[in-house]
Design a protein around this ligand. Structure first.
Ligand SMILES: [Zn+2]
Length: 349
């Protein structure tokens, strides 16, 4: 990956984008993508980069900008902040984490407090209500000056590069997807295209998928591909067993199952083979639980595919993925879209 692109990914990973307030992040994305694509936005907060708009065949790419977060529910009399989740925060990983509270009147650093001795209840599974945030305050008054109900709280989880070009950060889900869309648009802007490309940095996926629906319903694409992250099977306790194997660093993961279009999948597989890009497969038998589902059911129905980045420790502050996989997904999507003539039919029969 070029240094400039890597720097942009690092920048995106540091900008807050809780599901429901992605504005700061979307502005950064728009600024960069506006250098090589036409830009549109909508009432859901999506930002869309467009190439070759005049072509009648429209391709929509979607990667979500929003990250899972916590939301303030109340401040207790001692100044501890209680919270609920917006998106799939896993209570089992919360104890002792550092967080940032994005208050209406300023940002506070804090930690997720916990009881030291849980030995009397070894089997008890922790729930979100068992936790509180400690910002060092002595009283509720101190906190209430800066924080109110509904303010967002995010993990602190600055990106770092580990061995073998592996990256660790919070919110690789799915800022890597929205980053890849920017990269794909950048590279396609230098290619000759026979289709129109709409690259959407979408909003709200972790909570209600509003962005994907707005984009699909308005753009009415002839086909759509969602770029998201998926679960690995190559770390202790996550062995494949009855799942298809998904390894970090082993390439893009193509989803199979009822929700995705088999002819579109065939087209992607052929492109991968031609360009010597190794693919992994996973099964999403009923639905994909990504933007692809919402776009699929927008308008008169849209043929969709899902291409995923393998990620370890999903929805924690230390999501781990391979920069080589990111690069491979970008290449696969660039070649797939550049080889579309706009005359393809995705009717299976
Ligand atoms: Zn996601």
């Amino acid at each position: 990956m070029e240094k400039k692109s890597r720097d942009f990914l690092m920048q995106l990973l540091k900008v807050p984008s809780p599901s429901g307030n992605e504005i700061a992040y979307q502005k950064v994305w728009k600024e960069e993508v506006g250098k090589f694509a036409e830009i549109e936005s909508d009432e859901a907060g999506n930002v869309i980069g467009i190439l070759n708009r005049k072509a009648p065949f429209r391709v929509l790419l979607s990667g979500h900008a929003d990250e899972i977060s916590m939301t303030v529910t109340r401040v207790d009399e001692n100044g501890f902040i209680r919270f609920t989740r917006s998106g799939g925060i896993n209570p089992q990983v919360l104890a002792g984490l550092r967080v940032k509270v994005y208050g209406f009147a300023g940002t506070l650093n804090g930690v997720i407090g916990f009881k030291l001795d849980r030995s009397k209840e070894p089997e008890a599974k922790l729930d979100i209500d068992d936790y509180f945030i400690d910002c060092g305050a002595k009283s509720a008054k101190e906190i209430n000056k800066m924080v109110r109900v509904g303010d967002y709280i995010l993990y602190q989880g600055e990106p770092e590069i580990l061995l073998n070009d592996r990256i660790v950060s919070k919110a690789l889900d799915d800022k890597t997807g929205s980053f890849m869309i920017a990269e794909i648009l950048r590279r396609l802007s230098r290619r000759k295209l026979q289709v129109a490309v709409y690259g959407c940095s979408s909003t709200g996926e972790e909570t209600n998928m509003r962005g994907a629906y707005f984009a699909g319903a308005r753009i009415k694409p002839n086909l759509a591909i969602a770029l998201d992250v998926t679960f690995n099977t190559d770390s202790p306790g996550e062995e494949a067993q009855n799942r298809a194997e998904v390894k970090i660093g082993a390439g893009p993961v193509l989803s199979l199952g009822s929700a995705v279009n088999s002819k579109l999948n065939e087209f992607i597989e052929k492109t991968a083979k031609k360009n010597k890009i190794k693919l992994q497969l996973e099964l999403t038998p009923d639905r994909t639980s990504t933007d692809a589902d919402k776009i699929h059911f927008s308008g008169e129905g849209v043929p969709v595919a899902l291409v995923s980045l393998p990620v370890r420790y999903m929805h924690s502050p230390v999501e781990l993925a391979s920069l080589n996989d990111i690069e491979a997904i970008v290449s696969l999507m660039v070649e797939t879209i550049a080889s579309l003539t706009g005359k393809e039919s995705f009717k299976p029969i």
